[in-house]
Each structure stands twice: as structure tokens, then as C-alpha cells.
Design a protein around this ligand. Structure first.
Ligand code: CP
Length: 299
């Protein structure tokens, strides 16, 4: 693996190797693989978890970080420099680039103009592959397997990049997918066609109550209002869960969420045995350590 631009850059075995190594880091494994390495962390869009867990992972592996959390003070924002030139320059100063950008395809562009490994930390509504790795870690951690699980995916399936990466990975593990969203926020035809081609079972639902008794994991997402062109007329009621939603839940059900959450996942759920989202985010540190370790072992 040279770069991680899309989750489809990884094979099933690559993913399992990363998750197994993440488990070792969680259990206390120490490594200095990034000693003398400088990693650029460039966030052209807001982040808390992805940026800080990558910064922490880099430093724990002995590396150092350059970059920015707010691109408003760059020459791109103030002097009209192109994104392509900006990325080329960053690529000359660092040994790898972690990039988040509001534009679909920005990480792919970085991989084309830079000669260093690129990690996509989220590009527009397209992909968020490292989030998927930690989502898979959470599923493995709570269900002891990835193959064949029943996964509910709820919320903004159209604009949610974490959903788009996750369903790509779900194909590798033959998961059954239950999509819960208003019709307006279902994912695109191309993605559904791709699931069909891979013989993945999927079904559509408006409310989680319709299928909660079938699910091993319920993956919730925030409505991505910042990516909406037309928000009028969408019924948001079916996005939110409450304690009643979980009345018929299986005992092994775990609720996952990439966070940040809004009204769809009220804090009253935090005290139930189903809540796993804060552990999911915390384990992102170990997953990102594992990714960096493996990436630098192969470059
Ligand atoms: N899940 C996620 O990407 O969170 P941040 O936007 O805080 O990085």
C-alpha cells in the first residue's frame, strides 16, 4: 500500500492486517517507525477526531507533524494559489500527507501531484477510508467477526462520506445492509448498482423500529446540512432514535456513529449497553497508528 485514497485501495487481508495491528497497539505495543519522519496534516475542513487522533498517532510512533487545522491563512486562501500547486509544495516538505478537503477527489489529486504517500482524511461527500477502518475495528471488537453481520446504516446516506466508504468495505465481508433514511437521502444509483453486482443483500426502511430486531450494529450518521443544496421538504423525524426505538433490539446490538452527533442520537442513549460510539472514536487512535505503521513498512 502506497497511499490510502479510497477504501477500495485495500484488500480484505490488508484491512484485517491493520485491525490486528491496531489490537496490538491497544494492548500496549510500542513502535518508533516514524522516527525522523515528518508528516503533513493539512485540514482544509473542520475536524476534531480525525486530525487529533492522527497527530497523536504520529507522535506516539516517534514522528513529527507539520500542517494546519485551518487553511484560511494559507496562500491558497489569500493569494489565489491553486490547490494543485499547494499540494505539490507540501509534498516537497513532508514524508506523507494527511488531507481533508471539502471537494470530492481532492485526495486523489494529491496522490497525482505528490510523490509521497497520501492519506484521505475525508474528501467532500466522497470517502473517509480511515473512518471506515475504525468502524470495522468497532464491529470486530463488539461482534467478534466482520463476515455476514447485519448492519443498519441510518441517516444521511446521500452526503455521508463515512457511509460511502463503509458500504465499499461491507462488500468485502458480505454484510447484509439495512438502509434507514428518508427517500430524499438515499445513496446514489451507482453505489446501489455496485452492491447488487457484488450480490450484497440490502433493503430500504424509513424507521429503525422496522428492523431493529434484526441488527447486530446500527451505524448512525449526522445529517450533513453543510453539503445540502435543497433541504426543504425533507422529513427529518425518521433520523432520530430514542429509548423506545431500542425496545426490541438484540442483546448484542451496538450503536456506532462516526461523530459528531446531533439530535439524531440523544445523550440518553449513552447510558445504555448499546452505546459504543465513544469507544469507537477512542480506538481510532490505535487504528491510525496501525495504518501509519503498515504504510511506512511498505514505502
Ligand atoms: N468522524 C470524524 O471524521 O470526526 P471529525 O470530523 O471530528 O474528524
Amino acid at each position: 500500500m502506497h497511499s490510502l485514497v479510497s477504501i477500495s485501495d485495500l484488500s480484505k487481508n490488508d484491512i484485517l492486517d491493520i485491525l490486528n495491528l491496531a489490537r496490538k497497539f491497544k494492548e500496549g505495543k510500542i513502535s518508533n517507525t516514524l522516527s525522523k519522519k515528518v508528516i503533513a496534516s493539512c485540514f482544509f475542513e473542520a475536524s476534531t477526531r480525525t486530525r487529533l487522533s492522527f497527530d497523536s498517532a504520529i507522535q506516539r510512533l516517534g514522528g513529527s507533524v507539520i500542517g494546519f487545522a485551518d487553511s484560511n491563512n494559507t496562500s491558497l486562501a489569500n493569494k489565489g494559489e491553486s490547490l494543485s500547486d499547494t499540494l505539490k509544495i507540501i509534498g516537497a516538505y513532508a514524508d506523507a500527507l494527511i488531507i481533508r478537503h471539502p471537494q470530492d477527489g481532492a485526495a486523489r489529486l494529491a496522490s497525482e501531484v505528490c510523490n509521497i504517500p497520501i492519506i484521505n482524511a475525508g474528501d467532500g461527500a466522497n470517502q473517509h477510508p480511515t473512518q471506515t477502518l475504525l468502524d470495522l475495528f468497532a464491529i470486530m471488537d463488539t461482534q467478534d467477526k466482520l463476515d455476514g453481520i447485519n448492519l443498519g446504516i441510518m441517516g444521511d446516506l446521500k452526503h455521508g462520506r463515512t457511509v460511502h466508504s463503509l458500504i465499499e468495505a461491507a462488500k468485502l465481508f458480505n454484510m447484509s445492509l439495512f438502509f434507514i433514511s428518508p427517500k430524499e437521502l438515499r445513496m446514489g444509483h451507482d453505489q446501489l448498482f455496485s452492491l447488487k453486482q457484488s450480490s450484497i443483500h440490502y433493503s430500504f426502511h424509513i424507521y429503525a423500529e422496522e428492523i431493529i430486531d434484526k441488527l447486530d450494529c446500527l451505524y448512525m450518521t449526522r445529517v450533513q446540512k453543510e453539503r445540502f443544496v435543497d433541504i426543504d421538504g425533507v422529513n427529518f423525524d425518521s433520523y432520530c432514535i430514542n429509548l423506545n426505538t431500542l425496545e426490541k433490539a438484540r442483546t448484542n446490538l451496538k450503536i456506532l456513529h462516526p461523530l459528531p452527533r446531533r439530535e439524531e442520537l440523544p445523550s440518553v442513549i449513552d447510558d445504555t449497553p448499546y452505546a459504543h460510539y465513544f469507544k469507537q472514536a477512542a480506538d481510532g487512535l490505535f487504528v491510525r497508528m496501525a495504518l501509519l505503521e503498515i504504510l511506512f513498512a511498505t514505502v
